[in-house]
Design a protein around this ligand. Structure first.
Ligand code: ADP
Ligand code: MG
Length: 349
């Protein structure tokens, strides 16, 4: 794990949450630094929303403690936690105009009317919705509604922002645009943000650090780069991107480091080169493992060509940029593969 340079603002201490017999979150310990953008990433049912609900104060831990700015919030109700919240299920008030929706958190804090109106105008403009204050939420597109929800979460300048699958309902283009928007707002407000998503691309794009959850537990917490480059487990390797697991016991993987017990070798598709048998070896050939394989599948995917190659009993995926003059291999071809021994990772099974 990377060392946290920021002072810590949120701390989970051994938090467990049970719903009857279901263990939704299991002895979770985690810190979030001031100003950090932390994303909780995991498949459906892994405990992401529960973790956020605990932080927001909508649920209470069965065991353990949550601290904000060094103080336990066990007895602090959600409306006093001073957090901006954008939950999937926490939509805009349908019977209030956009402006009234935005002013609501300020009203709750007893801020007077003129100041509320001024702040609503300012934040509307900041999320590019000038002039739409008098609309009802139903008169806005999905993307615009999401912008209003984000603006409402930010309007009272809370020190913490919580987002649960904030872009889940949007189509791809709009989602990418909103990711840029969220990133910009995070930078501008310097607000400590905890975001929940099952979308790996979203997590990689937005986050300073990512927590990967699986069945109520943290699998790994790291920067996006470190998670992709040095996943600790097979689960993390597979959840973030494509992973080639080389677990055919009859196939000897060469590596610079000894293989720890209870692990399998893994290599990312883009770390593997392919060539015709007998092709000239590169200058760094002595640092590489060279093996033969048989093409079992080839797929065009836009700018990439994706091969499946049988290497012993391992199914190896390789992605190649489609480039002029590159030899195209066909199903059944015998080819040569090579990779740097230093690109082999060992992940727990
Ligand atoms: P995620 O957000 O990662 O999809 P959740 O935190 O919503 O996961 O759920 C984690 C687990 O807890 C799941 O098994 C889910 O069915 C269960 N769970 C969540 N909320 C409740 C609840 N209110 N009552 C009972 N079980 C729940
Ligand atoms: Mg959820």
């Amino acid at each position: 794990m990377e060392k946290l340079a920021l002072s810590e603002q949120i701390e989970f201490r051994n938090v467990t949450k049970l719903y009857g017999q279901v263990i939704a979150v299991r002895s979770l310990s985690l810190t979030v630094g001031r100003g950090e953008f932390l994303t909780i990433l995991g498949p459906s049912g892994s405990g992401k929303t529960t973790t956020l609900m605990l932080l927001a104060g909508f649920e209470a831990p069965t065991e353990g403690d949550i601290r904000i700015a060094g103080k336990s919030v066990a007895s602090v109700p959600s409306y006093r936690r001073d957090q901006g919240v954008v939950f999937q299920s926490y939509a805009l008030f349908p019977h209030l105009t956009v402006r009234r929706n935005l002013e609501f958190p300020l009203e709750m804090r007893g801020i007077r009317s003129a100041e509320r109106a001024a702040r609503a105008e300012r934040i509307l403009s900041r999320v590019h919705l000038d002039g739409l204050g008098d609309r009802m939420p139903s008169q806005l597109s999905g993307g615009q509604q999401q912008r209003v929800a984000l603006a409402r979460a930010l309007i009272a300048d809370p020190p913490i922002l919580l987002l649960d699958e904030p872009l889940g309902a949007l189509d791809r283009n709009l989602r990418e645009q909103m990711q840029g928007e969220i990133k910009g707002l995070h930078k501008e407000f310097g607000i400590t943000t905890v975001c929940v998503t099952h979308d790996q691309e979203e997590a990689l794009t937005l986050s300073d650090r990512i927590v990967v959850m699986n069945a109520g537990r943290i699998e790994q917490t790291d920067t996006p780069e470190a998670l992709y480059d040095r996943p600790v487990s097979r689960f993390v390797a597979n959840f973030l991107g494509d992973a080639n697991i080389l677990d055919d016991p009859s196939f000897a993987v060469e590596s610079d480091t000894p293989q720890p017990d209870g692990t399998v070798a893994m290599i990312r598709p883009e770390r593997i080169r392919i060539s015709a048998p007998g092709a000239t070896k590169s200058a760094d050939a002595d640092q590489r493992q060279h093996v033969a394989g048989t093409v079992t599948d080839m797929i065009y995917a836009g700018p990439l060509r994706r091969y499946h190659v049988a290497v012993g009993d391992n199914d190896v995926v390789i992605r190649e940029h489609v480039a002029a003059g590159r030899q195209i291999f066909q199903i059944g071809d015998t080819i040569q593969l090579d990779w740097l021994r230093s690109d082999i990772r060992f992940v727990t099974t």
